[in-house]
Each structure stands twice: as structure tokens, then as C-alpha cells.
Design a protein around this ligand. Structure first.
Ligand code: ZN
Length: 131
């Protein structure tokens, strides 16, 4: 019995600044699917709860790349959520809901500008590298 219980895993709260390419910010990060939770999964998945409605959040990510593709889902909650996305030398201001597909090796960063919502980061390997 309960042989599939291992496929249900609890989120792990993590400090943003422990993630390569990120610095300390008032953003709640929950690792939802990492190699410590379900080793056989090939996807790394983390959720970030952002709220910049009352206070501006200074930039917290720096330009970085991975050895695998990344997909970011940016989902607003109760209003407008704006992000600044940089892909190599191009910067875009986007309004959520929005999906950003980041091919492997493409340097990128994402910082909230204003609003409230959820930023889901999916990386297509649980053994990925950051450069
Ligand atoms: Zn990344």
C-alpha cells in the first residue's frame, strides 16, 4: 500500500539568494519539484510569490544561462503584474499572463516591475547547470 505516495511531495521553502543568479529579495520561493523530492523527475520546478503592489522590489536576478531549456509562467493575481525580461542584449517589459521560453545557453534575467502574482520557473532537468 501507498506505493505511489512518493509521487506526492511537499513544497520546500528556500531563500532566493541561494539560487545561482539571484540575490536576496522579499519574494517567497517554494521548491515544488527538485531532485531531493522526486529524484526520477526530469523537471525542476519552483514557484515564486511576488508582491510589488505597495513597495518596489529592487532587481534580484542577474544575467545567467543554463545547460537546458527553461520555461517561466508569469501569472497575475488580482490585477496587473508587470515584469522586465532580458534575453541576451534585449530587454522587454511584459504584462502577465505570459510565458517565457528560454532555450538552453540563452542568457536571461527576470525582475518584477509592479503588481502581484506567481512566477513559476520550470527547468527541463533536475541536474541542470547555471552559468
Ligand atoms: Zn534561469
Amino acid at each position: 500500500m501507498a506505493k505511489y505516495r512518493k509521487y506526492i511531495t511537499k513544497g520546500i521553502l528556500e531563500s532566493l539568494h541561494k539560487v545561482p543568479g539571484h540575490s536576496k529579495a522579499p519574494i517567497r520561493r517554494t521548491l515544488m519539484l527538485g531532485k531531493s523530492q522526486i529524484p526520477e523527475s526530469k523537471i525542476h520546478l519552483a514557484v515564486h510569490e511576488v508582491n510589488a503592489t505597495r513597495k518596489k522590489i529592487p532587481p534580484y536576478t542577474t544575467l545567467h544561462s543554463h545547460n537546458v531549456d527553461e520555461i517561466d509562467l508569469i501569472i497575475p493575481q488580482g490585477g496587473k503584474l508587470v515584469y522586465q525580461i532580458q534575453l541576451e542584449d534585449e530587454t522587454y517589459k511584459i504584462t502577465a499572463p505570459c510565458t517565457v521560453f528560454i532555450p538552453k545557453k540563452l542568457r536571461h534575467k527576470a525582475n518584477v516591475v509592479s503588481g502581484k502574482g506567481i512566477f513559476v520557473c520550470m527547468i527541463m532537468s533536475n541536474k541542470y547547470k547555471t552559468f
